[in-house]
Design a protein around this ligand. Structure first.
Ligand code: ZN
Ligand code: ZN
Length: 529
C-alpha cells in the first residue's frame, strides 16, 4: 500500500485493516449478506463510472471495490478470501475483477459456498459445524478466484487463466463487451485504479460451476474423468498425451456421464463367462454407426462409433467372500447399476493401472465400496478423493479378500498389476492380467501344436508398440513366479487362455520376446518354472 493513499482514503483503509486482521466471516453472516437490497447501478450515487480515459492514480482496487453498492455481495466475498483480498490490496499486482452484480448473486441456483458433491457426501448438514464452515469457505474461495483475472489492462481477445485456473477472454459484440467462453456481458466498469479495474457483470456464468459429478469432463479416448465440468474441460488429457496412449486423428474430445450425446450413444453389455458363471464381463458398446474411420490395429478400429474409453472390460468376480470388480470402464449407467446390484453389489473395486482408472470415484460412490490403486502411480490421478474411498496400495502383494490378491508387477506402469483369484489353496488360480502382459494371437491356437510359439507380449506401450526392457520383463515374471495359475484373463474380450502349462507358456513367451528383441544375455534365461 502506498503512503499517499493512506491519507486519501482513510475509511477504506480502516475497513481493510479490519477485514485483514479478522477471521473470515462466519457462514451465517455471509448468508445474511445475500439479503442485501439491490440498487440499480445507474441510479446509485456511490457508483463511480469513469470514462475509458479515467484512471485514478495512487488508488488501488481494495480501496474502491467496497464502495459500489451494486456489487456489494461479491465485493464482501473478496474480503473473506485472504489470497484475493491480499492481491487486490497489493499495488504491485494488477488484476481485472469480474464482479457479478447483486441480482446475479441472488439469482444463483446454488449459493457460492455450496457444492453438490458435498451434499452427496455429507447430506443436508454439509455446511454445519466447523468442518462444514471449512467446506463452505473452500467453495467460496474457488468461486471468488474464478472471477479474478490476474491482468490489467486486459487486451481484447487475450486469453488468461482466472485465479482458479479457468481460461477466459473478452471480445466486443454489438458494441458490448462480452466475457468468453460463457458470453457474459460486462454492463459497466465500476472502477479503474492503479492496480486494475472492476468490471460489473449481469450474470454469474463465467463458467457453469453448478455441476453434478456426472457433469465432469471425461476424455472420450481413454475414459478418464477430471475435476472440471464439461462446460470448461481440461486443455488436454495427460493420459492420452503420454506415449502409452494416443489422441485419435479426429482430435481430443470430451463428454460426461450426463452428456446427452453419450447417454444416447453408449451402453454397457454384460457377458457371463461360459466356463465359470461367477465371472461376468462388462464392456461399453456404442449404439450409433461410425462417421470416421479409426486407424487399423487399434481397439477402436471398428465400423461403428467409437466406444467411450479404450475398449477394455471390467470383470465382476463373485467370490465366496463378496464381489470384486477388477478393472473398470468409464461408462456407468442404470443398466450397469442394476446388473451389479442384482449380483450382490461390490465389496471392492481393484484397478490394474491408470489407463483403466476412468470414473472410479463415481463407481465407488454408487456401490459404496473402496477402490484399490497402486500408490506409485498416483501422479496420474485426475480427481480429488473427497470421500476418502481410495486405498493406495504400497505393498508388492495385497489381500483384497481371502483368496483374492493384488500383485504389483510393474513394467507398463510402475504399479501395473495382476489380480490372482484362488478359491481353494489346493487349486491353481486364475490370473487377471490387464495390460501388465498381453495374450497374443498365437497363444490361442499355435501354442498347443508347435514348440517355440509365443503366448504373451510384454509392452510398455501397446497401441504405440514400444517394448519393455529385460529387467521389467523379469520383474513381471518374478511377481507371479510363486503363484499357481492355469487360466489368464486379459484386459479385452477374447483374451482368455486356459491350459495346464500356462505358467510355462508365460516364461517361454518372456524368453522369446527378449531374445527376438536382441537381448541375448538377459537374466530371464536362467529362470525356470
Ligand atoms: Zn485421455
Ligand atoms: Zn494400459
Amino acid at each position: 500500500m502506498l503512503p499517499a493513499s493512506l491519507s486519501a482514503y482513510p475509511s477504506a483503509i480502516l475497513c481493510l485493516l479490519l477485514a485483514a486482521s479478522a477471521d473470515p466471516r462466519p457462514l451465517r453472516d455471509i448468508i445474511k449478506a445475500f439479503d442485501i437490497h439491490q440498487t440499480p447501478l445507474l441510479s446509485n450515487p456511490l457508483v463511480n463510472m469513469p470514462s475509458d480515459e479515467t484512471v485514478s492514480t495512487g488508488v488501488i482496487i481494495s480501496d474502491v471495490i467496497g464502495k459500489t453498492q451494486a456489487i456489494a455481495i461479491f465485493s464482501g466475498l473478496t474480503r473473506d478470501i485472504d489470497p484475493v483480498s491480499g492481491r487486490l490490496d497489493d499495488a504491485s499486482q494488477n488484476a481485472t475483477v469480474l464482479a457479478p452484480n447483486n441480482n446475479a448473486m441472488k439469482n444463483l441456483k446454488r449459493k457460492p459456498w455450496e457444492d453438490p458433491g458435498d451434499y452427496n457426501t455429507f447430506g443436508a448438514e454439509a455446511y454445519k459445524g466447523q468442518d462444514g464452515e471449512d467446506r463452505a469457505h473452500k467453495n467460496l474461495r474457488r468461486f471468488v478466484e474464478r472471477h479474478i483475472v490476474p491482468e490489467s489492462p486486459w487486451e481484447e481477445g487475450k486469453k488468461f487463466k482466472t485465479l482458479d485456473g479457468n481460461e477466459v477472454w473478452w471480445e466486443s459484440k454489438d458494441g458490448k463487451k462480452k466475457i468468453q467462453p460463457a458470453d457474459v456481458e460486462v454492463t459497466s466498469i465500476a472502477d479503474k485504479v492503479a492496480n486494475g479495474e472492476v468490471w460489473v457483470l449481469d450474470a454469474i456464468t463465467l463458467v457453469n460451476m453448478h455441476y453434478e459429478s456426472g457433469d465432469l469432463s471425461i476424455c472420450f479416448t481413454c475414459g478418464t474423468q477430471f475435476d472440471a465440468p464439461l462446460s470448461s474441460p481440461p486443455k488436454n488429457c495427460p493420459i492420452c498425451d503420454d506415449p502409452r496412449q494416443y489422441v485419435p486423428p479426429t482430435g481430443q474430445a470430451w463428454t460426461s456421464l450426463n452428456n446427452e450425446a453419450s447417454t444416447s450413444s453408449q451402453r454397457n453389455e454384460f457377458i457371463t463367462d461360459p466356463h465359470d458363471p461367477r465371472i461376468h464381463y462388462i464392456t461399453t458398446t456404442p449404439t450409433a454407426p461410425s462417421k470416421t474411420n479409426m486407424p487399423a490395429g487399434l481397439s477402436d478400429a471398428t465400423t461403428i462409433t467409437k466406444q467411450l474409453g479404450i475398449g477394455e472390460r471390467a470383470i465382476l468376480l463373485q467370490t465366496e467372500h463378496g464381489n470384486v470388480l477388477w478393472d473398470l470402464v468409464a461408462w456407468l449407467d442404470d443398466g450397469t447399476k442394476d446388473f451389479i446390484k442384482a449380483k450382490g453389489g461390490l465389496k471392492a473395486i481393484v484397478i490394474s493401472h491408470p489407463h483403466f482408472w476412468t470414473t472410479h470415484l463415481e463407481w465407488a460412490r454408487c456401490f459404496g465400496c473402496p477402490v484399490y490403486l497402486q500408490e506409485c502411480d498416483k501422479e496420474w490421478l485426475q480427481r480429488e478423493d473427497k470421500n476418502n474411498v481410495r486405498t493406495l496400495v504400497t505393498q508388492p502383494t495385497y489381500t483384497i479378500l481371502p483368496g483374492v490378491t493384488l500383485i504389483r508387477a510393474g513394467g507398463h506402469f510402475p504399479g501395473s498389476s495382476f489380480l490372482h483369484w484362488s478359491d481353494k489353496p489346493s487349486k491353481p488360480g486364475k490370473l487377471f492380467i490387464a495390460d501388465t502382459m498381453m495374450s497374443v494371437p498365437s497363444g490361442f491356437y499355435h501354442a498347443d501344436r508347435l514348440p517355440g510359439t509365443t503366448s504373451f507380449s510384454f509392452m510398455w506401450a501397446y497401441p504405440n508398440m514400444i517394448p519393455l526392457p529385460p529387467d521389467a520383463v523379469l520383474g513381471i515374471w518374478k511377481s507371479i513366479k510363486d503363484f499357481d495359475f492355469e487360466e489368464s484373463y486379459g484386459g479385452f474380450m477374447g483374451q482368455n487362455v486356459r491350459r495346464k502349462d500356462l505358467k510355462v507358456k508365460v516364461l517361454e513367451s518372456a524368453k522369446i520376446f527378449l531374445r527376438r528383441s536382441g537381448h541375448e544375455k538377459a537374466a530371464i534365461y536362467e529362470e525356470t518354472v
